[in-house]
Design a protein around this ligand. Sequence first.
Ligand code: SF4
Length: 346
Amino acid sequence: MYTRINSKQFMLKNLEFGGNNHIYIQSMCNTKTKNVKETVEQILELEQLGCEIIRVAVLDQEDALSISKIKNQIHIPLVADIHFDPELAIIAIQQGVDKIRLNPGNISNKEKIVEIVNMCKERNIPIRIGVNGGSLPKDIAKPTAEHMIEAARRHISILEELDFHNICLSLKCSNIDLTLEAYKLASETFPYPLHIGITEAGTSFKGLIKSSIGISKILDLGIGNTIRVSLTDDPKYEVIAAKEILKELHFKEDLPTLTSCPTCGRTAYNMIPIAKEIEEYLNFVNKKIHVAVMGCAVNGPGEAKEADLGVAGGNHEAILFKKGIIIRKIKEENILEELKKEIDLF
Ligand code: SF4
């Protein structure tokens, strides 16, 4: 079995990818790629949130020709997502893309595949093969794990025959059990790094629950070199969610944690909006800090004594505490400002 640790390693732009390197967070823009300004703005925000690899859809020449303009304004590896049209892959590569997602078995012109592979070899550009349970080849009727592996094998063997091995593989579907089975089988079959996720998982509420369960189970098998939490929402939630999953599973350490109580009849101030705003604020904080927002001064400091700092509400005021010890009182209207200041100072 090829686990994350012994999967094949190669460079993706400046990232050491695969093997015992850390698990990278990916997302995909939902802007039109040809709208360079909007796409760059979205990528820069995702970078700030912790996105490490970004994919854009390349549907036509204008999209493909936008790659270099986008690349020049961002800092993380840029992946071009291409279906069926080899010319778009060639343009994207000429434009300096860092990786392409392309299924060679879907391209009938073999000469074009050879041309793409040679260009990728010359420039050290990896190729991701993405098998999706919902769009298997016509002669493979039912999406089973074995059939997904068979589909992957067809694409992979085309690249291997051309002596190309900088391959990343994904085998996604929206069913957790099937996805898990497919990744398990893939890790027993192929030596390549795996990009994992549950596709078409749903919105940022139910989709997040499904993705968290699915991705955790796959990671638990020792599989997965890069993750995407697919959500029907602004991709920033994908990145935030991926960070949380990796942090909770101890794959990422230098990240903040927010503890907040569920509120109850003892809650003495308007706590929920404060907890939500602090959570949003912490999304942009890249350090290991444990912050608590608690509903009452009676139980709050004690229940959150592990926190580096926190607030607990009283009547029109809150107490600021550090490691369970009360430091000072804050007026209710100043809670956010004071807490953010303490987070910055930590
Ligand atoms: S900290 Fe206080 S307000 Fe929050 S759940 Fe516990 S008892 Fe209720």
